[in-house]
Design a protein around this ligand. Structure first.
Ligand code: ADP
Ligand code: MG
Ligand code: MG
Length: 490
């Protein structure tokens, strides 16, 4: 089957001279507005390199975009309820915990803080639900019966920790608007939805700070040893600093937190003599970020403290792929979502299967071995580059057929988005770039603050679009595969 196609917002190809001129302008715009990352190959803190970006905004159907925006508060509340359902988390993760050391360590911290008594009942969730248009229609087994190149969208995953691109999302709209204006197509900008992700996410941190309610308190960003995606992180700091000059922000690695923080008798996390009001994790989601027991001790200390965590550890557990798979199983959503919303949420799930050693797990293995191309095999990991596709799914399942390790994975139906032709501008690459076939993944941000019983705020908070070559399996921008983009509503 050939992949369905969407039309680009301007007919391509663009004339050579125009293309070269506009890319030169756009690269400078990028560097001067923080559309950048640090160079992985020649790392220096003294320079920023352009982040790869798609020259023109990629088409996205308006009705599907609106549907995603409207659904986000329901997904926020779903995640909030799941994170607070101890029994559900325990039951869902029990097999995974036996074979996945990383998830088990996170879980152990959760058990420990619960046993000691939770010091801070308020959690800050800054979520990002990632979705792709599905070009295959489950009802017709081919092109959608609506005769559109897509059927609807499906959720790839929902992120509950370090959901990035609050800055790079909105600024992608700005750079593409600039490009359209430079090409004499400024009239098209009206089809690019406004995007207030940066202020939306930062106001979540500020609201949590105010709920903490201690005037001299500080905010702590937990960062990697080296932050390649530095613009995205720093712009959050700049935004908060501008909106609320009274809030001081620190950036610390887990190792620095181990060395430089203490818990006082009120269980306040003390950094440089001040209590920490909010801890915002931009690191801590993958095993390599905990190279020793010091990082795990630091994480435990933070979780024990009265700081409001984004995310609290139970939120991180609720964001695992295993939980996503469990929610897609028949009859489970009803526990968390009421009324007609249940159908709306169910509709966004594509096939998700457990690989536990039971009847349904065995069936899933058989199904995947029969047609591996139809599936993605996912471990309990974040940050991209961990999934298996196509022939690798088959090889892995044959290897793990009788190995307990299998339970650490979930099997997911592969989504096949429609393609669109476009130009991707990359640092160091020849100008002009070739026209390539691309596919996009839209992320919708959500902010939710609450305790087990009370929700203080729950809203949708902007979006980001990432686009990759149609034939690539994954499209992480920080990982160097994808490119920044923004939706052009059609
Ligand atoms: P991570 O938490 O590492 O980002 P994801 O579930 O988002 O894990 O998978 C990483 C990438 O793999 C996605 O951004 C997407 O490009 C691709 N991917 C994941 N699941 C699917 C799927 N079911 N169909 C198609 N592509 C997928
Ligand atoms: Mg993720
Ligand atoms: Mg992802």
């Amino acid at each position: 089957m050939t992949q369905a196609r969407l039309a680009s917002c301007i007919p391509l190809p663009l004339e050579h001279k125009l293309l070269v001129t506009v890319i030169e302008k756009a690269k400078d715009w990028a560097l001067m507005h923080g559309v950048g990352m640090r160079d992985r190959k020649h790392f220096t803190k003294d320079a920023i390199q352009i982040a790869p970006f798609v020259l023109l905004p990629s088409p996205f159907p308006r009705t599907e975009f609106n549907k995603a925006i409207e659904l986000q508060p329901i997904l926020n509340e779903l995640m909030h309820k799941v994170a607070h359902d101890d029994e559900f988390l325990e039951h869902t993760l029990q097999n995974t915990l036996q074979v996945d050391e990383f998830t088990a360590k996170l879980y152990d911290i959760w058990v420990k803080v619960r046993e000691e008594g939770i010091t801070q009942p308020i959690s800050l969730g800054m979520l990002r639900s990632d979705i792709m248009l599905e070009s295959r229609c489950p009802h017709t087994e081919n092109q959608c019966a609506k005769h559109t190149p897509y059927c609807s969208w499906k959720q790839v995953e929902i992120n509950s920790i370090a959901s990035g691109f609050g800055h790079l999302g909105p600024v992608s709209r700005e750079i593409q608007s600039y490009i359209l204006r430079q090409m004499g197509h400024g009239d098209l900008i009206k089809n690019m939805p406004e995007n207030r992700a940066l202020s939306g996410l930062c106001s979540g941190i500020i609201e949590a700070y105010d709920l903490f309610g201690v005037p001299s308190a500080v905010v702590l960003f937990v960062v990697e040893e080296v932050s390649y995606n530095i613009c995205d992180q720093r712009f959050h700091e700049f935004e908060i600093s501008e909106t609320r000059p009274d809030i001081m922000i620190h950036r610390k690695t887990l190792n620095e937190i181990y060395e430089e923080t203490t818990l006082n008798d009120k269980k306040q996390l003390i950094l440089e003599g001040k209590p920490v009001a909010v801890v915002y994790y931009r690191s801590g989601y993958e095993p390599a970020q905990y190279p020793s027991s010091r990082e795990w001790d630091a994480r435990l200390r933070v979780e024990r403290s009265s700081a409001i965590k984004c995310p609290s550890i139970h939120y991180q557990l609720a964001g695992t792929k295993k939980v996503q798979q469990a929610l897609a199983a028949p009859g489970v959503l009803e526990k968390f979502v009421a009324g007609s919303a249940t159908e709306r949420v169910r509709d966004i799930f594509t096939g998700l299967y457990s690989l536990d050693f039971d009847e349904s797990g065995e069936r899933a293995v058989e199904m995947a071995l029969e047609d591996a191309e139809r599936f993605v095999l996912k471990p309990q990991r974040e940050g991209g580059g961990n999934n298996l596709y196509g022939a690798d799914v088959r090889d892995a399942l044959l290897r793990m057929r009788r190995a307990r390790e299998r339970a650490a994975y979930v099997l997911m139906e592969r989504i096949l988005p429609p393609t669109v032709a476009g130009y991707v501008v990359r640092p160091g690459a020849a100008v002009p770039p070739p026209i390539t076939d691309l596919v996009s993944e839209l992320g919708i941000f959500g902010v939710i603050i609450g305790t087990r019983d009370k929700i203080y705020c729950n809203r949708q908070a902007g979006h980001m679009l990432r686009t990759k070559l149609a034939e690539a399996n994954e499209g992480g921008v920080a990982a160097g595969l994808g490119a920044l983009d923004s939706p052009y509503l059609v």
